[in-house]
Design a protein around this ligand. Structure first.
Ligand code: AMP
Ligand code: MG
Length: 343
């Protein structure tokens, strides 16, 4: 299959790209396009055959369910049954965070095919704030199932060229909308009734951080994040988001003793020698996530790009500095642990 990349940098290009994406999606085809988190590979969520093409292109196992992206907030009721016991909280959350990178797990309506939810009775839903994604899903007027546009288990794509590197020849169309705003996949939460406040469990940390959520319920971080989580967030395998080059996450610079003759690449947060990492060895390559002061949102935007670069650097091993585990640092440490778990 020939993969076409359509640009969106001129109004007429954008118009053509949106029209072509909508045409293909209506015809049951799959299209890669930007969201504010990472690039997604979209299919009509109500068309099981179209969704099957997403699984095939990504080589994604059938047990890993997809997130459904809605055209409007109101259309939540078309795909999910919001229980009365948590309705108030769900409305507050979507009023505050949608469109945006917050995914909610809710009981599914029958119209959502089993393939989307891996046969589970719940569906993951969100609404993207990306202007191109929003335009396409609204023009289509149907929900889109859209996981990240990469091969299963590998590094999420945050640019059209990263999508092409992952899926060239497997999908008909990539919409190039430039770099993604957040660079890290959406925060996934589950809400359960409790008194005096509902319980909010973070199944996957992401751009909506615990501080953003705490006023809406009692927060709980899913603790089993490095073991088999089949019942809770099925696709969140211990090993995920992984480069092909072995990756080691350090706890402290003292933990690193270079082996003679081996080429090492460093993923550094600030690139500051005072942190104790950049002078540890004669690095084959260094990627700095946020040079200077170390800003977490900047680091997140560059995170998957930096991992991809290091993966292609020719190093024998990627060494990652630990990040502070607060705010967006929680999401990046989660991805680094999963990347390291493969090796
Ligand atoms: P992705 O679309 O690749 O960003 O990943 C979607 C992830 O959402 C999956 O890997 C699951 O961990 C999670 N997910 C999707 N649907 C459900 C569900 N019904 N219950 C729990 N987690 C889900
Ligand atoms: Mg993914």
């Amino acid at each position: 299959m020939q993969t076409t990349v359509l640009h969106t940098d001129e109004p007429e290009h954008l118009h053509r790209a949106v029209a072509e994406a909508t045409r293909l999606l209506k015809a049951g085809e799959i299209v890669a396009m930007p969201t504010e988190t990472v690039y997604g590979l979209a299919a009509d969520a109500l068309n099981a055959d179209a969704v099957a093409k997403v699984f095939a292109a990504k080589e994604r196992p059938a047990f890993d369910p997809l997130i459904v992206h809605l055209p409007t907030k109101q259309s939540l009721n078309d795909v999910a049954d919001v229980p009365e016991s948590i309705r108030k909280t769900v409305i507050q959350l979507i009023e505050r965070f949608w469109p945006g990178p917050l995914t909610l797990i809710l009981p599914k309506k029958a119209c959502i095919p089993d393939i989307v939810t891996s046969g589970m009775p719940t569906v993951a839903v969100r609404m993207s704030s990306h202007p191109i994604f929003k335009r396409i899903v609204q023009e289509l007027g149907r929900p889109l199932a859209a996981p990240s546009a990469n091969r299963f288990g590998s590094i999420s794509p945050t640019s059209a060229s990263a999508v092409v590197a992952e899926l060239d020849g497997r999908i008909p169309l990539v919409i190039d909308g430039g770099a993604c705003l957040h660079g890290i996949e959406s925060t996934i939460i589950k809400i359960e009734p409790a008194e005096p406040k509902p319980m909010i469990t973070i199944l996957r940390p992401g751009p909506i951080i615990p501080d953003d959520l705490k006023q809406y319920g009692r927060l709980q971080r899913h603790q089993k994040h490095l073991v088999n989580e089949v019942s809770e967030a099925p696709g969140q395998l211990a090993s995920h988001y992984a480069p092909r080059t072995p990756l080691r996450l350090l706890e402290s610079p003292k933990d690193f003793i270079p082996e003679h003759g081996k080429k090492y690449a460093l993923l550094s947060f600030c690139g500051d020698a005072d942190d104790g990492y950049v002078d540890l060895t004669d690095w084959h390559q260094i990627m700095i996530l946020s040079p200077g002061n170390g800003k977490l949102p900047e680091a997140a935007v560059r995170f998957f790009y930096a991992l991809r670069e290091l993966d292609h650097s020719g190093a024998d091993e990627i060494i990652a500095e630990p990040l502070h585990e607060h705010g967006l640092g929680i999401a990046m440490m989660d991805r680094l642990r999963r990347a390291a778990a493969k090796f």
